[in-house]
Design a protein. Structure first.
Lengths: 185, 185
DNA sequence: ACCTGAACACCGTTCAAGT
DNA sequence: ACCTGAACACCGTTCAAGT
């Protein structure tokens, strides 16, 4: 059973799914792979790099259409659903985004899409605003879910309302970026 | 030297300032207070609750004017500067915000300000969008600073540009919230 | 009421030594 | 080349026992 980087990441995703980010340790991961903890370090440099690799994996789901979306609304929704596909996905990706933002194409793509109709600097700022919103919104939703799971908080929030709030935020940022950019041009 | 909650929080802020969030452990905190680790647990329930208390402390700086700002732009800038006043401040507050959002008046106030001119649900969504942006933007800036400090990354980012990006985001969100809300009314 | 001592059940990471 | 064994230097938290 050859232990390689790909196997490690796959096992990490399973732990994330079953136990969340708090339950993901290098030692548990090694145990899951029937291997000594030190063995992991032959294939990956550190836990931080493992999390970056996990983030890349989370964001590597095929887009709903055949191609990657060139529409910002689509890209934002696609990013959201990718984050929601794994427990604590937003926290994992936020961590990776803080460490190595350029290694996450699903996020750098937002900047590229804005760059088609905005000057470079503004495209970057617009993409960052949208990124912060999406990561924060999904992280809040998933953290809430964790609190419910741990029965620290009783009431689960209505999925419809959460989605409506997400769309409100995306629409506001897109409309606002358009206005501010126009105002500066 | 009476050890109470207030002393513990104060010492925690010092550790944050000197060693960052990664350097803040209950054991180090206890050592700094010349006390056994277990002693802390008489005064605070857990490390999570310590972080919530630290977040409250970070956000309890006197506003520049005599009163708390009722203008959203002011409130956003004031929040940003409070977060920047302590190393890793945004990460600490983000954690507390995830755990107990209602315990952070500096953030719930944003919702109240929006509520003066928007229906309740939209005020909440608008406040959350702005909150996610501010927390994300400052976290990104501070994490970058940590990477520079650890010389993982060489170039410090220009403070002026970062501020301009922050203002771009705030203006975009405010303008966009106004437009989307008007559109729905 | 408040704190210590000591333990419990963990961590991430390194590295000689084995195969 | 790849992995084990064993250690190093830590964690958060609990709780009997002391004062």
């Amino acid at each position: 059973v050859a232990l390689d980087r790909h196997h490690i990441v796959a096992a990490g995703l399973v732990i994330l799914r079953d136990h969340g980010l708090a339950g993901l340790s290098m030692r548990r991961l090694a145990a899951e792979l029937n291997v000594a903890p030190g063995a992991l370090y032959w294939h990956i440099a550190s836990k931080q790099q493992l999390l970056v690799a996990l983030a890349e994996a989370i964001l590597t789901v095929p887009a709903p259409g055949a191609e990657e979306p060139s529409d910002i609304r689509l890209a934002a929704h696609w990013l959201r659903s990718a984050l929601l596909s794994v427990r604590d996905g937003a926290d994992v990706v936020s961590f990776a985004y803080a460490l190595e933002p350029e290694r996450l194409p699903a996020i750098t793509r937002l900047r590229d899409i804005f760059a088609a109709r905005l000057p470079e600097q503004q495209a970057e700022w617009a993409a960052q605003a949208l990124t912060h919103f999406v990561l924060g919104a999904v992280a809040k939703q998933q953290n809430q879910a964790e609190l419910v799971r741990a029965s620290i908080v009783p009431n689960a929030v209505d999925e419809q309302t959460v989605l409506a709030g997400f769309e409100f935020g995306v629409e506001a940022i897109l409309a606002g970026v358009g206005r501010v950019a126009r105002h500066r041009a």
